[in-house]
Ligand binder design. Structure first.
Ligand code: FAD
Ligand code: ZN
Length: 476
């Protein structure tokens, strides 16, 4: 930083410290550490100050000072994002604003099936608060114990229930946002229908903090599932995945809430590294699907439906073996196998990741093409592709060949991204299905996005944040 910039920063830091008070700031290096490193350790930043405002008006006051002085501001929720979006630059020239003290459930309207929350609420707390009122908030992902609603909205999070309930974008009815000039936009409407001009909230959903800071949200709630049934099925082969999905949707309709795919290698990693896990089937298979059905009515409907799905799929050979959970404990055990995938893969050495989506029916062909291409480039590389197959979204991850140097493998990140992403684009897919762009895929966005789309994105950014102080250097 120049001495001028340094002086501007010290002045701004001093004024902000006064606004947020003792509890609202952190600047000691050891306490700052967890806010400055991304979940996988791929990015590390620096900051002279982390602010933790108590409410929306404090957020607005902080943003106003940054706008006045031109200082960059990085919003942060639970810091579980996997693209470096919530990490400040290493230069120490940006202030980090954490929403972690804004955790109030402002209102639950059970009759309207809505709840209004502070953006700092942890996702699991939102789910619980809804359940306490006999309502259901369906967004669910493995990081739900730490990610925060503002982060979920800013990344347009997906997760395991998208098949039935949609992504975060479909679950938000209203927003409160502090704009880059410090003004507060109150769009906290609790309506399902509203055609009164542009739908402004959609601009901020999935914007990864580059257009403003989300401070509050109205979320849509649903009747809680009363009967749930979960099955772990071994597939004949990869093509059987698409056949099973179609059969299950035909048989169960809206009751099918989750359809996850896991490879045999992935299960091996989990069994090896994650305590208290066991293979639910008698012998290993190449591909597995984890299905969940849920019904809001009473009775055993989900259980009966899933039995019918399994029976049909076994009869025509799509599924070669399987179990249906008979208790809540067993259901949790099955989900643990799926949800431990990322953790288990970490223990197998370095991995290069892809968060891609293709049209559902093209998934097997994509996986074969991409697997052949990466194996040809580096013999011994281990493809561990798993995820939300029901949405055509898989985490096409590559574990290093055993024994290869970790750093040498990670240095080839861009090279493998290009191979896989070219194939994804060839299938009409997306190279960022649910984790966003952040820092990680900024160059990929510039490379793959249509020039007209890029131009429109840049014009929106310019219109809302002409000084470029909101999460500088991310996404665009
Ligand atoms: P952060 O990481 O803090 O921030 C993410 C981005 O949003 C950053 O750019 C940040 O600047 C911005 N931001 C945060 N809060 C605000 C705000 N209030 N206003 C404006 N901008 C803001 N994601 C999925 O979609 N599906 C999954 O299945 C899934 N599984 C995961 C499993 C694991 C084990 C882990 C570690 C992560 C997983 N993720 C998944 C990724 C991550 O959990 C989601 O992206 C989540 O939505 C991020 O929320 P967060 O609060 O941690 O956001
Ligand atoms: Zn995922």
């Amino acid at each position: 930083m120049s001495s001028e910039a340094n002086a501007a920063m010290s002045g701004a830091v001093e004024r902000i410290r006064e606004i947020v008070g003792e509890r609202g700031r952190i600047s000691e290096p050891d306490r700052l550490e967890p806010y400055l490193v991304e979940w996988r350790g791929l990015y590390r930043g620096a900051t002279p100050l982390l602010v933790r405002p108590a409410d929306t008006s404090e957020v607005a006051a902080v943003v106003a000072i940054c706008a006045e002085t031109g200082i960059g501001l990085v919003p942060q929720g639970g810091n579980t994002g996997l693209c470096g979006g919530a990490i400040p630059s290493p230069g120490g020239d940006q202030i980090v604003l954490s929403l972690e003290r804004m955790t109030r459930v402002r209102d639950i309207d059970a009759a309207n099936f809505t709840m209004t929350v502070d953006a700092g609420c942890v996702l699991a707390d939102v789910q619980r608060a809804a359940a306490d009122e006999d309502r259901y908030f369906p967004l669910s992902l493995a990081a739900e114990g730490s990610c925060r609603i503002g982060g979920n909205i800013s990344t347009n999070a997906g997760g395991i229930n998208v098949l039935r309930y949609g992504v975060m974008r479909h679950l938000v009815l209203g927003l409160e946002v502090v704009l880059p000039d410090g003004r507060i936009w109150n769009g906290l409407r609790t309506l399902r229908k509203n055609t009164f001009g542009y739908d402004l909230k959609q601009l901020f959903i999935g914007a990864e903090g580059t257009l403003g800071i989300i401070t509050g949200a109205v979320l849509e709630l649903f009747p809680p599932p009363r009967s749930i049934a979960t099955a772990w099925l071994a597939l004949r082969d990869l093509d059987a995945c698409v056949e099973l999905l179609a059969a299950a949707r035909d048989a169960a309709g809206d009751m099918l809430v989750a359809f996850e795919l896991m490879p045999g290698t992935g299960l091996e990693f989990v069994l090896e590294h994650i305590p208290q896990t066991r293979d639910p089937l008698a012998r290993p298979h190449i591909w597995y699907a984890l299905l969940e059905l849920a019904g809001s009515g009473t009775g055993d409907s989900a259980q009966q439906k899933i039995e019918a799905v399994l029976e049909g799929a076994m009869a025509n050979g799509i599924v070669v073996d399987g179990v249906i959970a008979t208790s809540g404990v067993q259901r949790a055990e099955l989900w643990k196998l799926r949800e431990s995938m990322s953790e288990a893969q970490k223990k197998q050495g370095a991995s290069i990741k892809h968060d891609i989506a293709v049209p559902v029916a093209a998934l097997p062909e994509f996986m074969r093409a991409a697997t052949d291409a990466v194996e040809a480039r580096l013999p011994g590389i281990r493809v561990v592709a798993f995820g939300h197959a029901g949405d055509g979204n898989v985490h096409f991850n590559l574990s290093q060949p055993p024994g290869m140097d970790r750093i040498a493998f990670l240095e080839r990140w861009q090279e493998f991204n290009r191979i896989v992403h070219d194939i994804v684009i060839g299938f009409g897919g997306s190279i960022s299905a649910e984790h966003g762009v952040g820092l990680l895929k900024r160059h990929e966005l510039a490379h793959y996005a249509h020039p007209l789309e890029l131009e429109l994105m840049r014009r929106l950014k310019q219109a809302l944040d002409p000084q470029g102080i909101m999460n500088p250097g991310k996404v665009l």
